[in-house]
Ligand binder design. Structure first.
Ligand code: AGP
Length: 609
């Protein structure tokens, strides 16, 4: 997730662009850049690091510009650096592009452009757009951009500026947000409304697949077929902070609701052209290397550790390889048994967690190859691991991790499929069927999100409870642990998760009248056992809130409340079943008036021991 801005009007364009980028910095902040027409010539300044570094460079000169585009980056393809920062130029240096999203077929486009003599300077997917526009341009910038968009697959919100048409900006969007601000004789583009608010509250939302052409005469919008559309503006009355949250009351709810996009982007561009198999560009773990590993050791903290527990089930089921999961803070001090046939897989949203980083260093010190799964390109974990696979969830602001967790799970399924293919432990048809189920998970998450008011009612009902328990078996147990963490860390309610089969070994002593127990009952083959565990709790007058897939009469009859998630194969339910738990935690904390995005005593990234 990145932030893009554009401006055309009587003001000092460079100042407007920098101000807009600062207001979008929460969307990404590993590098920033601007392109503007300064007395007719196209200027591009861009720098790794925060926007302040770019601003300092820009302030060393007095610019005279009334039109420009800008970008603040959250790296996905290509590490944070000056050269990978946007805007990107074509060979002639006459076309500049800023882009938020992922060009899934950039590899093939880049190869064919290079064959036709184009020279690339960056590692990014975005740069192909600048060279494609250069090729397509025949005197009409808008037509050239539309022709380019017919060639690309993926998501984009982009703006293009060219020296050939100095009074014009062309923009387009598909699956990534882009809003148009209309002032008095001036126009703005931005990824999000916050960047517009100091200048105008008259906003027009571009639709998916639409292209906008902005000039001194005004703006016009075309659909994918080139038909001109009438677009009305609407008045925005959000304050700045509410706007950064996209109108959501908290970043956590915004990020829970961003999960469908985050999942689509994390899977997008990582499938073979036939869409049936997983393919990670540039991952050094070739099949022969994957086959050499006899064991996998997953190491992480907190929510990432809970993702690792799901990963154990997934990897062992798909690849039949022994998997051990350990808390990083334990792993690094217990003299773990490692050898060169062990792959250590570290998971970290921030890529900066001290214990996880120390565990990574310990593993490498003992001669193990390390694969990192992280959400931050260029983070310490990303830089020090032998191999990296990124979750493309975009910046996660709320302390409670949500979209990072579900995208970590998705990446773990993808890694499991890679190992299974290399070790030939499942048939290609079975693997393709699993890929097909993963591809539709985003819309299944959307279905759960559409019903979130039901979960809010449940949360309001039980938000005053002192204790809440979460139980499950198999994959449901791993997800129950995550549900308990979500609830305790933002609502401060005492919450614990147990393997349902453990109830009679102790926990049942804690169940008394009115104690809520969240029972995850999504695993088909364990359903009968789960129903008897639910009845054990009911017999002690506990209150059962069940989560199950589709119609499960026996679960429904045994439960006080039922949260139904879309019916998918048991094997892929974790990415769905966690969403109601995230929402339950969120709404219970909201009902208790907690500081949801910044819970007491906690930090977003624990960079100390
Ligand atoms: C998750 O909700 C918590 N904020 C915390 O447990 C977090 O998952 C843990 O600190 C690990 O962080 P990382 O993924 O950035 O390494």
């Amino acid at each position: 997730m990145c932030g893009i801005v554009a401006y055309l009007g009587p003001r000092d364009a460079v100042s407007v662009l920098i101000d807009g980028l600062k207001r979008l910095e929460y969307r990404g902040y590993d590098s920033a850049g601007v392109a503007f027409l300064n007395e007719g010539s196209l200027k591009v300044l861009k720098k790794e690091g925060r926007i302040a570094a770019l601003e300092e460079q820009l302030n060393s000169h007095k610019w005279n510009s009334r039109i420009g585009i800008g970008h603040t980056r959250w790296a996905t393809h290509g590490r944070p650096s000056d050269v990978n920062a946007h805007p990107h130029l074509d060979c002639s240096g006459k076309f500049a592009v800023v882009h938020n999203g992922i060009i899934e077929n950039y590899g093939e486009l880049k190869a064919s452009l290079e064959k036709r003599g184009h020279h690339f300077v960056s590692e990014t997917d975005t740069e192909v757009l600048a060279h494609l526009v250069e090729e397509a341009y025949q005197g009409d910038l808008c037509a050239a951009v539309r022709s380019v968009l017919r060639q690309v697959r993926g998501s984009y919100a982009l703006a293009v500026l060219s020296e050939h048409e100095p009074g014009k900006i062309v923009a387009a969007r598909k699956d990534s947000p882009l809003v148009l601000g209309v002032g008095k004789g001036e126009f703005f583009l931005a990824s999000d409304i916050p960047a517009l608010l100091p200048y105008t509250r008259e906003v027009c939302l571009l639709g998916d697949g639409e292209v906008a052409e902005i000039s001194g005469d005004g703006f016009r919008v075309l659909n994918g077929d080139g038909v001109f559309l009438t677009r009305k503006t609407f008045h925005v009355d959000w304050d700045q902070e509410a706007a950064e949250r996209g109108g959501y009351p908290h970043f956590m709810l915004k990020e829970i609701c961003e999960q469908p996009r985050a999942l689509r982007e994390t899977l997008g561009g990582r499938l073979t052209p036939d869409g049936a198999r997983i393919s990670f560009e540039k991952l050094g773990l070739r099949p022969e290397v994957l086959k050499s590993f006899q064991r996998i050791f997953i190491v992480a903290c907190g929510t990432a550790y809970h993702a690792g527990l799901v990963g154990k089930y997934v990897l062992e089921k798909l690849a039949r390889i022994p998997v051990e999961v350990d808390l990083a803070s334990e792993f690094r001090y217990r003299n773990p048994i490692l050898d060169q046939q062990t792959l250590v897989l570290v998971i970290s949203q921030s890529g900066e967690t001290a214990d996880t980083l120390a565990a990574l260093r310990e593993a490498r010190h003992r001669g193990c190859q390390v694969l990192a799964v992280t959400n931050v390109v260029g983070s310490s974990v990303a830089r020090e691991a032998d191999h990296v696979i990124y979750t493309w969830a975009g910046p996660e602001i709320a302390v409670a991790s949500t979209k990072a967790y579900t995208t970590q799970l998705l990446v773990l399924y993808m890694i499991g499929l890679l190992f299974a293919e290399a070790r030939e432990t499942i048939e290609p048809e079975e693997a393709a069927a699993i890929v097909a189920h993963l591809k539709v998970l985003p819309e299944k998450v959307e279905m759960i999100l559409e019903e979130r008011e039901l979960i809010r009612e449940l949360a309001d009902r039980y938000s005053c409870c002192k204790d809440v328990f979460f139980i499950g078996r198999g994959l449901d147990y791993a997800v129950a642990l995550e549900g308990a963490l979500k609830l305790k860390e933002i609502s401060y309610i005492h919450a614990e998760a147990y393997a349902a089969g453990e109830l009679k070994h102790g926990t049942l002593a804690l169940i008394e009248k009115g104690v809520p127990v969240v029972a995850l009952a999504t695993q088909e083959e364990l359903l009968e056992k789960m129903v008897s565990n639910i009845k054990e709790v009911k017999a002690r007058e506990g209150v059962i809130i069940s989560v199950c897939c589709g119609e499960k009469r026996e679960v429904e009859e045994a439960s006080d409340h039922l949260i139904r998630i879309p019916d998918v194969p048991s094997f892929v339910t974790p990415i769905l079943s966690v969403v109601p738990l995230q929402l339950l935690a969120y709404y219970m904390a909201a009902a208790r008036g907690c500081d949801i995005d910044k819970p007491r005593n906690l930090a977003k990234s624990v960079t100390v021991e």
